[in-house]
Structure formats: C-alpha cells, structure tokens
Design a protein around this ligand. Structure first.
Ligand SMILES: Cc1ncc(COP(=O)(O)O)c(C=O)c1O
Length: 392
C-alpha cells in the first residue's frame, strides 16, 4: 500500500526525522564516544536532570537522540528512550514503574522473555502479575485489583498472531486510572500507532522491523514526556543503554520502514492464502484472512496487515522440522522483521519451556510453524515452501 497524507507524512518522517546533519552530513555521523566534554551548558543540563544533554553515552548519545526522535515521530509520541535490547526496554519499564506490592495484568502469550520476566523476576521484588486473555479485554478488567497499576498487552501475540483490541483496553485503563503499556514490535508504527488509540507507553524490540536487517539488538520505549522523564533515571540506574553504532544502524534501518513493510505484508498475505489451499497444511494463522475469527478487529487495529504468518503442517513437529530443514531460501532461525524470510517451530525455540498441554491450549499444535515473511520475490518464496512441503 502506498503511503499518503493519511499517514501524517509517515514516509517523510521515516526518511528525515531525527537525522543530525552535523558538518553538513546527509546521515547522522557515528559518534563512537563514551563521554563528552563538560561545558557550562552540559553542567547545567546535568543539574537539570540530563535527559537531553550529551554527557555520557549511558544517558544518551548523538546517535541515540537521532534514532529516538525518529521513533517518536513515527509513533506520534512526545519523547522516548532507547535501550540495548527489547528486553532491557521491557524490564526497565516494568521494574521502573512498579514497586513492591503493585500488581500488573498481562497475558500468557506475550513474548516468552516478557513472560519469564513476569513469572520469574517481578514476583521476586514483590510485584504480582495476573494473566488474562488478550483477545478478551473484559478478562483483563475482571483481573484488576486495588493495587493494579499496569495493563500490559502486545498488538499481535506471538506466535499465534491474536490481535489486541487496543481501544477497548484503553477504555478499561482510563476508567480504572491504570497505565496501558503495549509492545508494538510485531506490527510497527507503519501499521499501528497505539498512542493515538489510547496507550500510555509503546515498547519495541528494535531488533525486528525497525532495524529491519537482522544486524542489531535494541529496544525502545516511547510515550508522554512525563512518563519518559520518570523512566529516564531508571534507564540510567539499570544501565541497559544502546551502543552508538547500533543506534546508527537502527536509524538507517528505520529510514526504509515504510518501503519495506508493504512488501512484507503483501508477501505474507499471499503466502497465507496459498497455504490455506495446500493439502499438507491443516490451518493458517493470519489476521488478515477473511475467515480468521479476528478479521474485523484486525481491520480496525492494523488495516495494513502484518508481515508475520503462522501455519500448522500435517504430521506434527517431526514433519514441521523436515519441512523447515528442506527450505532453500527461507532461513531456519529465531527472530523476525528482517528483509530475509525466517522460519522456526515454537516447540523447540520460543516455547521450549512451555509444557505441551499449555502450548496446545494456546493454539500451538504439533506441526506449528512461525514465519517472518521477508521481502524476497513472492514466487521464489512460494516455490521454496512448495518444494519443502513436498518432502514431508
Ligand atoms: C514481541 C517481542 N518483544 C520483545 C522481544 C525482546 O526483544 P530483544 O530480543 O530485542 O530483547 C521480542 C524478541 O523476540 C519480541 O518478539
């Protein structure tokens, strides 16, 4: 889909926002420096809280400022922070905003690392988490307690690609005076802008689509200036800052987000439609398929679609493994959002520690495959999937 004026000039922001034309450079130069000269102005910035003062690269750097400004422009956020990884962004946000005795509502099918943080780490600090159903906002409301502070959702769940009805969650959060935090990694601001739908903070693993080339690990949190100012000292204390070079690569990757995403989503929907007809495929998870039970919600939340795809191969996990190991173009690897197609089976990767009965209850049946559809030629991708399915 072409970008247009309804995007709030998304493409122009992607290309230009944040870029620092230092010494007339077209691109932000890489400032590979851990520290900066202490001038009068910087001493004053330090005294004032330092969030936007170049002092020391754990706090901020020229390259993190540039990439932060671009994400904020894309997400229509007032301010933001970059981190060394998506998990650093998530853990700093939750540990920074929740204290002993507080409670958070989330879902069991959030990203596995987030689930681990919520089940293994937060309780050690006296923070309680209740898991509800991300496809049923009323289940979140039913889980709210007197000490609840945060509702935590993901735009699209991993790996079954269930869509969160963001405005319905925002309504619940605002009626109960809670913070609504969303991980928007799977859809990106090109497809979904959660702040406009009522979210307070938006989190990204920038490792994925924003970076877009499977060459960095990074994370981001964006939202109101007030909330970001609250989180800034937490980032400084926990220390999960990004390296300037990774920020540079992130900024460069984001400049083509709007050009890459239409190919990801077109390829993914086309493969979903063809796989639906394939005799070796028992089911396809893709929210933009008309037969999907969340099609209507997906049209509201992410009408441009997704580059993610999941399907179940007949013959169980052994057949799925044979299939993915026969692929010649599509690469067997975890992660997502890069220009190349990647495929994995959740049972031996992201959900390896989840008991099989829990996986099945979540819709991850034997033979389940998750694919991050890249921007290769669609016929090459289809031929590759077809020849690999023929080997089962
Ligand atoms: C939705 C989602 N959020 C967060 C993360 C964690 O990001 P990172 O690997 O950059 O720490 C991932 C990683 O796969 C993810 O898929």
């Amino acid at each position: 889909m072409a970008t247009d004026e309804t995007d709030n000039q998304f493409a122009t922001k992607a290309v230009h926002s944040g870029t620092k034309h230092i010494e007339g450079a077209v691109n932000t130069p890489i400032f590979q420096s851990s520290t900066y000269e202490l001038t009068e102005e910087r001493y004053a910035g330090w005294a004032a809280g330092a969030q936007h003062t170049l002092l020391y690269s754990r706090l901020s750097s020229v390259n993190s400022d540039a990439a932060t400004e671009k994400i904020c422009a894309m997400e229509c956020a007032e301010d933001g922070l970059l981190f060394a990884s998506g998990m650093a962004a998530i853990s700093t946000t939750l540990l920074g905003l929740l204290s002993h005795g507080d409670h958070c509502v989330s879902a069991p099918d959030v990203y596995g690392g987030t689930y681990g943080l919520m089940t293994d780490e937060l309780p050690r600090f006296g923070i309680e988490v209740t898991f509800a159903d991300m496809t049923d906002p009323s289940s979140y409301e039913a889980a709210i307690q007197d000490n609840t502070k945060i509702l935590y959702i993901e735009t699209l769940s991993n790996p079954t690609l269930k869509v969160a009805d963001i405005p319905a969650f925002a309504d619940i959060a605002s009626r109960h005076n809670l913070l609504l935090i969303i991980d928007n990694t799977f859809t990106t601001p090109w497809a979904t802008q959660p702040i406009a739908m009522g979210c307070d903070l938006v989190i990204h693993s920038t490792t994925k689509y924003l970076g877009g080339h499977s060459d960095i690990i990074g994370g981001a949190v964006v939202g109101s200036a007030e909330l970001i100012a609250t989180l800034f000292p937490k980032k400084v204390h926990f220390g999960g800052c990004p390296d300037p070079h990774a920020c540079y690569l992130l900024e460069r990757g984001m400049r083509t987000l709007h050009a890459r995403m239409p190919i990801h989503v077109d390829n993914s929907l086309e493969l979903a439609k063809r796989l639906e007809q394939h005799p070796m495929i028992s089911s396809v998870n893709h929210p933009m398929l008309e037969g999907n039970n969340q099609y209507e919600i997906a049209q509201k939340i992410m009408p441009r679609g997704t580059g993610m795809l999941a399907f179940t191969v007949d013959g169980g996990d052994d057949a799925a493994l044979k299939f993915i190991r026969s692929l010649e173009i599509v690469f067997e690897a975890t992660s997502l959002g890069g220009v190349e197609s990647l495929v994995e089976c959740p049972f031996n990767t992201s959900h390896i520690f989840v008991p099989q009965e829990v996986r099945i209850a979540a819709g991850i049946n034997p033979g389940f495959v998750r694919m991050s559809v890249g921007i290769e030629d669609i016929e090459d991708l289809w031929n590759d999937l077809s020849q690999a399915l023929a080997t089962i």
